[in-house]
Design a protein around this ligand. Structure first.
Ligand code: NAG
Ligand code: NAG
Length: 380
């Protein structure tokens, strides 16, 4: 090859690089996405305000046009990451033409209408964040097509319907946040590499089923508070091998089974505001690193097992709002225990008000007598 030929080749290469032309179908998808948004909600200083199709989206440098809201890799759009400015409108189904998309983050805007079905065909999508919008409709079974999906956050929207069984085939997914929606039905079988599951504040119901949680060797965080779950919290639930934090407060659970968790990493458990009756088992104290436990506002009866007052890892203990009776373990009050929290609003005898654990007063004896069938006289 002659020097001239090499120079010519270089010139051609540089020329093509500076005039990178975005794949035409990606450009038309961006146009459709912008035009589905109400123009009055696109300020000139916003990312979408800078999307002016007289220039090429992926061509550098970006001086006045296409300043932000997306990323390219060579001539393809790989990320849609909108600013949180209150764009209102719908999400165009033509988003599915952006087949190289890896990340979609449209959080904290005012999108309405369904998540387009076509979005669930994007083969390379790893991150889908639509948090804090007003998306409605349901999550279709075809979500299982998103084979690369690692994170999904559609929290704070108006998603309804039941969760599809096909969820379990999302084998790359580690983080699911569908909190603050209108989901109904039970929890389907969950994908096996899940680390964090959050479905707080929906209308999910039924029992916690072994089938949903089987084989979840990495599950660390479960946030299912403010739903309509019922039945007995099964013993295996707390024994999941990687579990660290559980919040299942504000449901309709009526019972609890606690097996001793010798190898457990469980740090924090919140089961407050349910309808759990029966006696309080001391078995939670067998969890080696348990630091925070709430069973407040349930219907627990009987004594507080002394183990709770001797467990050195325990820093926060909320047992208030039950019908616990008898003398509270004195170790709580000897200055050795570092537990804070509350034992108030129970039927305990002689809870020393010098301790902040006892600041909230106990129930009136008439209520306690009624709770114990009038046979026991729990408070002198
Ligand atoms: C887009 O850019 C062109 C050239 O810079 C300009 O004339 C035009 O007014 C712009 N359009 C909008 C909608 O801002
Ligand atoms: C405490 O744990 C043991 C061993 O896991 C179990 O056999 C027992 O039933 C549990 N007791 C209560 C009251 O749950």
């Amino acid at each position: 090859m002659t020097i001239t030929a090499i120079i010519t080749l270089l010139l051609i290469t540089t020329t093509t690089a500076t005039t990178t032309t975005t794949l035409p179908s990606d450009i038309s998808a961006l146009k459709a996405i912008k035009s589905a948004i109400n123009p009055s909600t696109i300020p000139s200083y916003s990312c979408l305000g800078s999307w002016n199709f007289t220039s090429d989206p992926c061509a550098n440098p970006h001086i006045t046009h296409f300043l932000c809201g997306f990323s390219c890799s060579s001539n393809r759009i790989t990320q849609l990451t909108f600013d949180r400015i209150g764009y209102s409108g719908t999400l165009s189904p033509l988003i599915s033409k952006l087949t190289q998309l890896v990340t979609i983050d449209l959080s904290e805007n005012k999108f309405t209408g369904p998540i387009p079905m076509s979005l669930f065909t994007l083969p390379n999508l790893q991150t889908l964040i639509l948090r804090s919008n007003s998306f409605s409709g349901s999550i279709p079974p075809s979500i299982s097509n998103l084979k690369s999906l690692e994170t999904i956050d559609i929290s704070h929207n108006s998603i309804s319907g039941t969760l599809p069984d096909s969820f379990s085939s999302l084998i790359m997914i580690t983080r699911i946040d569908l909190s603050f929606n209108k989901l109904t039905g039970s929890i389907p079988k969950l994908p096996k590499n899940l680390l964090e599951l959050a479905m707080k504040s929906n209308m999910l119901s039924g029992n916690l089923l072994k089938n949903s949680f089987s084989e979840l060797a990495q599950l660390e965080v479960v946030e299912l508070s403010e739903n309509l779950f019922t039945g007995t919290i099964p013993g295996w639930f707390f024994l999941q091998p990687s579990l660290q934090q559980v919040n299942i407060a504000n449901n309709g659970f009526t019972g609890i089974e606690i097996f001793k968790g010798v190898d457990s990493n469980l740090v924090a458990v919140d089961i407050g505001y349910n309808k759990i009756g029966g006696y309080l088992s001391g078995n939670f104290t067998a969890y080696p690193v348990l630091s925070s436990l709430s069973l407040r506002y349930n219907q627990l009866h009987g004594p507080i097992p002394a183990e709770y007052s001797k467990k050195t890892t325990l820093k926060r203990l909320f047992l208030d709002g039950n019908y616990l009776s008898g003398l509270p373990p004195k170790e709580f009050f000897t200055g050795k225990s570092s537990v804070s929290g509350s034992l108030g609003d129970n039927c305990l005898k002689s809870c020393p008000t010098s301790s902040q654990l006892c600041l909230k007063s106990q129930k009136p004896s008439s209520i306690c007598q009624q709770a114990y069938g009038g046979k026991v006289k729990p408070k002198s």
